[in-house]
Design a binder for this molecule. Structure first.
Ligand code: IFM
Length: 453
């Protein structure tokens, strides 16, 4: 069986974070309010009333965090840019102090040999845009493209590749359908236009990035779906869930059409959101890469109550993370080979833009090391089976603000953060990841020197 050391030469190693989860400094240097500032102020919305107002104080402590990344020997760092820092109301001219923060960050990363991989939207929509309808408003897609161009004009001379959106599935479902993330709208299936407007935003921004000679990716949370049994009812339910979680976003991006959404009570116009020509805009710029965020597979059964066309089940008899997510490393291999089988030559090279696990306060951090090593071995197997995967960014560099779960319960970091003192302490998985990267590189260099003339 191939293992992580068999990943190809040139494979890129990284870590990932997101602005609202680490930066803090929500009132500094002209940043405008985001939907997460509003949502976290809502009583009961976030565990223990936590907010991202300080989070990891990365806005001030970024040199220390870059030193931690340098210690890992990374190739790349995936972070997100806070739209409300750059355009406080989501429209109009740049806030120079906000953009300057990312300018300094990019230069400092490049100074230590780490390639920046920014995500333009990781859920922190400017509140002013939400007040105008948020992602239910088609105009937000056009505002996003303007923002993307402003940022690319400033950083594109040093940043070669860009991720437009992070996990539009999660933002649509948690933020607008169920209301457990910002902006806290519980619209259920009436949230479907949010999916289309995000894809439109991706397409519009991708063209502008491409015009500037930049590479474009999009990251979504994908899950292999397993039916609870081979019964026709469970198979149909699994197919419906797969359509919603995976194909709703990936089919338009790669095939230029929406999947059959009749199980969700809509045709291919997503409740009238899709206008003629939109799918051409979404696919106008071929993706340089598909960002895949993988955490766990999903087991699905036929619904036991009216409403949605599926029930979600737990996967028993496997370890579970602190979040209760089942740990199934081979799910990553299934997901990747499944993408290859479904999309064939339409599938661009894949980058794993998130993978990791939450624990509570760690002692020896063995759980995380086991999780990461098993997932990387599964990834190497998928690569050996022919899937083109170019890199792996583990979630996350440091413990951070885990959305509705707040600060303390779900720790995803290679580095522990004491949120009272902001002291960073590398965990055992930090040393493990550092050593893995070094050994993999050394092996590739040695093999290269044997085979080169
Ligand atoms: O913390 C999140 C991240 O913001 C998006 N992907 C999943 C992670 C863990 O829940």
């Amino acid at each position: 069986m191939p293992d992580r050391f068999d990943l190809p030469a040139g494979f890129r190693w990284g870590v990932a974070t997101a602005a609202y989860q680490i930066e803090g400094a929500v009132d500094e240097d002209g940043r405008g309010p985001s939907i997460w500032d509003t949502f976290t102020a809502r009583p009961g919305a976030v565990r223990d009333g936590h907010t991202g107002a300080v989070a990891c104080d990365h806005y001030h402590r970024w040199p220390e965090d870059i030193a931690l990344m340098r210690g890992l020997g990374l190739d790349g760092y995936r972070f997100s840019i806070a739209w409300p820092r750059v355009q406080p109301t989501g429209a109009g001219p740049v806030n120079p102090a906000g953009l300057a923060f990312y300018d300094r960050l990019v230069d400092a990363l490049l100074g230590v040999g780490i390639t920046p991989l920014p995500t333009l939207f990781h859920w922190d929509l400017p509140q002013a845009l939400e007040d105008a309808g948020g992602w239910l408003n088609r105009g937000t897609a056009y505002r996003f493209a303007e923002y993307a161009a402003l940022v690319a004009d400033r950083l594109g001379d040093r940043v070669p590749a860009w991720i437009t959106l992070n996990e539009p599935f999660v933002h649509t479902v948690y933020g607008y359908a169920m209301g457990i993330h910002a902006p806290g709208r519980a619209l259920m299936l009436d949230a479907l236009p949010v999916a289309h407007h995000q894809l439109l935003a991706h397409g519009l921004a991708a063209s502008l990035l491409h015009e500037r000679g930049l590479d474009v990716l999009i990251s979504n949370n994908l899950t292999p779906v397993e039916p609870a049994s081979p019964s026709p009812a469970d198979l149909a339910a699994a197919d419906a869930y797969d359509t919603l979680h995976n194909r709703l976003f990936t089919d338009p991006l790669l095939l230029g059409r929406y999947p059959d959404l009749s199980a969700f009570g809509t045709g291919p116009d997503l409740h009238g959101a899709v206008r003629p020509g939109d799918l051409d805009l979404i696919t106008a710029t071929p993706l340089t890469g598909l960002g895949v965020n993988y955490y766990n597979p999903t087991r699905i059964a036929a619904p036991t109550a009216p409403g949605l066309p599926f029930d979600l089940l737990d996967i028993p008899d496997v370890p579970h993370t602190a979040f209760g997510w089942p740990v199934v490393p081979d799910g990553l291999r299934n997901l990747l080979t499944g993408l290859r089988d479904r999309y064939g030559t339409a599938l661009p090279p894949v980058t794993i833009t998130e993978n990791g696990c939450s624990t509570t306060e760690d002692v020896d951090d063995t759980f995380r090391i086991d999780y990461l090593s098993a997932h990387l071995d599964a990834l190497a197997t998928a690569v050996a089976e022919g899937v083109d995967v170019r890199g792996y960014y583990t979630w996350s560099l440091i413990d951070n603000f885990e959305w509705a779960e707040g600060l303390f319960g779900q720790r995803f970091g290679l580095v522990h953060v004491d949120f009272a003192t902001q002291r960073r302490t590398p965990k055992a998985s930090y040393a493990w990841y550092r050593d893995l990267i070094a050994v993999h590189r050394a092996r590739c260099a040695k093999e290269g020197s044997v085979t080169s003339p």
